[in-house]
Ligand binder design. Structure first.
Ligand code: SF4
Length: 378
């Protein structure tokens, strides 16, 4: 499945949902937005994971300066560029304004205000302590009330619990896909379409898993294996193709489209406990310590997480992983400590490429050269 096929399948899916009378609620693609609450309210959560070309990025400059991150610029371009292949975004009825970072707030506010999509607010604390957990619960209660006002009735606790169970099963299945020995572009596109459609994509995931298990075990591949950490690779981005053309294969996506999403699961015991479903969501937020929206100690935790992935992979396959730290230009969260991140890991014998870029196609050749040179070193 290529990017165009993903977009057209998703567009048909959304139109069907609208015909069923469902409302579509958008938000920028980072972690901690409780999509289960949106689902339990009977609405469709739409994660904005479309970015990767000049046109979208450049179409935002009437609203934001070019010194804003290319992803936030592109998210605005999705609405301002006409005509475009993203017409399904006209189906959005609400947009969540949240504070993963400054660019996220600015882009979400602009989308809501200038493209006339009523906003819902959801503030997420940066710290993890008793007070911030209490605050997170208050924000969940507030978002729940905002959603209840739209639907005109309360969201029963049982419906929320069912949504949490459903999403948990879905993420666990995606973790199984993550462990398949398949081409990285194929794996990434499965993650992308699955994260757009959500748990309704489960039967398709089962089919994919069944198909791969039926195949005779694959020979260990001859590619140079990588972790991509930092910023995600979104739908429409050519980066994954550049990596594969240079002989690389991403064995582990440690990004918002990838492990930062898939790993947000609950143990069965926790899930079946008597906890209020909102407390389950608080518990998940508390445990989400590797996300870049988390201070203090984010960098130390991230380094230890990458080290663990590296050593586990080496033990399992005998191969050493290289690390590409993908930095979307002007993304402060990822760029600010990238030199320290690289030095710390290199001191431990793990090769790191800090790859900073925007979505300009003019830089494709230069990016390709940098990736190829990194592959040579592995
Ligand atoms: S600055 Fe980074 S974290 Fe913020 S919207 Fe852009 S890519 Fe996401």
């Amino acid at each position: 499945m290529d990017d165009l096929e993903i977009l057209s399948e998703y567009s048909l899916y959304l139109k069907d949902k609208k015909e069923e009378g469902k409302k579509v609620i958008g938000f920028i693609a980072h972690d901690n937005i409780p999509e289960e609450l949106i689902d339990a309210a009977g609405f469709i959560p739409l994660r904005m994971i479309f970015a990767g070309n000049d046109e979208l990025m450049n179409a935002s400059h009437d609203y934001l300066p070019p010194s804003t991150c290319a992803f936030a610029q592109s998210s605005i371009g999705l609405f301002s560029l006409k005509p475009s292949q993203f017409n399904f975004l006209n189906l959005l009825e609400y947009f969540i304004v949240s504070n993963h970072c400054v660019s996220d707030i600015c882009a979400s506010e602009i989308i809501s205000r200038y493209f006339n999509i009523p906003r819902l607010n959801f503030y997420i604390s940066y710290t993890k302590n008793d007070n911030s957990l209490k605050y997170f619960k208050l924000e969940l209660m507030d978002l729940k009330q905002q959603l209840e006002k739209i639907r005109g009735s309360e969201i029963p606790s049982e419906d929320l619990r069912e949504s949490i169970i459903k999403y948990n099963k879905f993420k666990k299945r995606l973790l199984e896909i993550n462990n398949l020995n398949i081409k990285s572009s194929e794996k990434l596109r499965i993650f992308q379409i699955a994260m757009l459609i959500g748990p309704e994509f489960l039967p398709k995931l089962d089919e994919i898993l069944h198909e791969f298990r039926e195949k005779t075990p694959q020979e260990p591949n001859k590619t140079k294996d990588l972790i991509v950490t930092g910023c995600s690779i979104f739908i429409n981005d050519f980066l994954i193709d550049l990596i594969e053309e240079s002989g690389g294969n991403v064995a582990f996506f440690d990004t918002w489209i990838g492990n930062s999403y898939l790993s947000q699961t609950f143990e069965e015991e926790k899930l079946n406990s008597e906890l209020d479903p909102l407390d389950l969501l608080v518990h998940r937020f508390k445990n989400n310590i590797y996300g870049d929206h988390s201070v203090p100690n984010y960098l130390e935790l991230k380094i230890s997480q990458i080290e663990k992935i590296y050593h586990d992979y080496k033990q399992k396959t005998g191969k050493k992983l290289g690390v590409i730290n993908h930095i979307i230009k002007f993304c402060d969260h990822i760029s600010i400590m990238s030199a320290h991140f690289k030095n710390q890991l290199q001191e431990k014998g793990i090769r790191v490429l800090n790859l900073e870029r925007d979505y300009s196609r003019a830089n494709r050749g230069q990016l390709s050269t940098r990736i190829e040179a990194f592959m040579e070193m592995l």
